[in-house]
Design a protein around this ligand. Structure first.
Ligand code: PEP
Ligand code: MG
Length: 547
């Protein structure tokens, strides 16, 4: 029977298909003491490991390119006799079966890490194999990305950024999560892949594998078991929408010709081609940390240089704003020592990590500078999570010492927005990260779907800080852009322009709709919309006022 579930739409467009769920990994198995028959337990464990390995073989047979090699290489690990020996030893030491498996994988992981190089890189794969082996042994649902053998709608309680980055857009039609906010990094990645996505859809907990759903990423609606007519109507309106937007071209400008640079946000290497092909004036936010989400060890200067050079080459003749590593909080990196923090979003993340690991920022700027020297793109560099003018000044000085001429600051911390004039005096430009600025202004964790209303980028308090920053930029004649998700909402983009921002950076898929909306209004009309929003009490009222 058709039913509708609502959440928050984050990805553009509409898609229909069968559900495949992402099961959470099993809890770490406790040691419940010696097995009555260790030999029989060992046989059951070996059978579980073989089943995990043959599942990987089957996936490898269906895959192509580098994924095929990776899957085949992974399938050898559960079959490694050294692993079975370690499990047998743990059983004979009196461990219970599932715990023996976890213990053996942990010691295997430690050996790989100690070996360094390529083997250390593979160590993280072992966690997934361990979870699969334990789930198989205990008869629990298989964790990790599902592979039903046909395109599917991925449904999950929540997705880690690393899971999302690993999605194959050829097979994943859309994403629905029960938790997560509209500005969570998972939502951002889904959007950048052009996947229709609905987050904070609590009712999706009841969706089982194979159920047909229609996902509307604009309206935030998941229709369960839609009738054929509904699906057909939605899909044909979707293709009309895509065609209409595909015909929009050229630089961003208002109806009366005020130029507003339209730029794209770039995360993974996989996004590069689509991002470069988008009709834009360049990259307004290159999230460098997304390149290294799956790395167990820090990338070398040479590796970073290659990665950046590939991006700069794809954008030759255009601008690329590189954001230095923004690790921490919801984007922990395996090779960074984040320490234990009770409140990571308020902890040592972004530029603050450079105090703890100064070499990391220095290496990154060395690599950016080397890659810039090889290419024709116009390179700007900016730091995330700057809170004070002194931090902005230090960062700008460091960039200059690396020969990087355009050094800027992200405005994501309310303190930096409130003192934007002083921040901009010591650097060359500012780019407002409305996702974090919203999180910190409203004191609402951007990962928390329950707080979506507070995280709404239409919140007048957030927009007031945008206005203050833009005004400081105008006074000092320095560019102030927006690169948070606010820029990808066509109507809100007009409000931002009315508040005085000079560029908008967004998921590539959002550019055509923003360009079209902007072209339909004069600057004076945008200013009028901004004024109307500032007179509102909350986000919902602001949306209504502009709509
Ligand atoms: C932001 O905070 O708005 C931003 C653009 O950075 P990120 O989303 O990567 O934290
Ligand atoms: Mg941010």
């Amino acid at each position: 029977m058709t039913a509708e579930m609502t959440g928050i739409g984050v990805g553009p467009g509409v898609a229909a298909g069968p559900v495949a769920r992402l099961a959470a990994p099993p809890e770490p198995p406790a040691d419940t003491g010696p097995e009555a028959d260790p030999a029989a337990t060992l046989q059951r464990i070996k059978a579980a490991l073989e089943s995990v390995a043959s599942d990987l073989d089957e996936r490898a047979a269906r895959a192509s390119g580098p994924a095929k090699d990776v899957l085949f290489a992974q399938s050898m690990m559960p079959r490694d006799p050294a692993l079975a020996d370690r499990i047998a030893k743990a059983l004979s030491d009196g461990r219970s079966g599932p715990h023996a498996v976890a213990e053996a994988f942990a010691s295997f992981r430690a050996s790989l890490e100690a070996a360094g190089g390529y083997l250390a890189e593979r160590a993280a794969d072992l966690d997934d194999l361990r979870d699969r082996a334990v789930a198989e042994l205990l008869g629990l649902p298989m964790p990790g990305l599902p592979d039903p053998g046909r395109p599917f709608v991925l449904v999950a309680r929540d997705l880690a950024p690393a899971d999302t980055a690993g999605l194959d857009p050829e097979r994943v039609l859309a994403v629905v999560t029960q938790e997560g906010g509209p500005t969570s990094h998972t939502a951002i990645l889904a959007k950048s892949m052009g996947l229709p996505a609905v987050v904070a859809c609590a009712e999706a907990a009841s969706l089982g594998d194979g159920t047909e759903v229609l996902v509307d990423g604009r309206g935030g609606i998941v229709t369960v078991e839609p009738d054929a007519q509904t699906t057909e109507r939605a899909m044909s309106s979707e293709s009309r929408r895509r065609e209409a937007l595909a015909s929009s071209r050229g630089p961003g400008r208002t109806a009366d010709g005020t130029g507003v640079q339209l730029l794209v946000n770039l995360g993974s290497q996989a996004d590069l081609t689509a991002a470069a092909e988008t009709d834009s004036e360049g990259v307004g936010l290159f999230r460098t940390e997304f390149l290294f989400l799956d790395r167990a060890t820090a990338p070398t200067v040479e590796e970073q240089t290659e990665a950046y050079a590939a991006v700069f080459a794809a954008f030759a003749g255009r601008k690329v704003v590189v954001r230095t590593l923004d690790a921490g909080a919801d984007k922990p990196l395996a090779f960074v020592d984040h320490g234990a923090e009770p409140n990571p979003a308020l902890g040592v993340r972004g530029i603050r990590l450079a105090r703890r690991h100064p070499g990391m920022l220095d290496d990154q700027l060395t690599a950016v500078s080397a890659a810039a020297a090889r290419n024709e793109a116009e390179i700007w560099v900016m730091a995330p999570m700057v809170a004070t003018p002194a931090e902005a000044a230090d960062f700008a000085a460091l960039c200059r010492s690396h020969g990087l001429a355009m050094a800027g600051t992200m405005i994501e911390v309310p303190a930096a927005a409130l003192r934007a004039g002083r921040v901009l005096e010591v650097c060359d430009f500012a780019s407002i990260g409305t996702n974090d600025l919203g999180q910190y202004t409203l004191a609402a964790d951007r990962m928390n779907g329950e707080l979506a209303e507070l995280l709404d980028p239409w919140q007048p308090a957030l927009l007031e800080l945008v206005g203050l920053t833009a005004e400081a930029g105008r006074e000092l004649d320095k560019p102030v852009g927006v690169c948070g998700e606010a820029a990808s909402d066509p109507l809100l983009a007009c409000v931002l322009v009315g508040l005085g921002v000079t560029s908008l950076s967004m998921a590539p898929s959002a550019v055509p709709a923003v360009r079209a909306e902007l072209a339909s209004r004069t600057l004076a009309e945008c200013v009028e919309l901004a004024g109307a929003v500032m007179a509102c009490g909350d986000a919902a009222e602001a949306r209504r006022a502009v709509a």
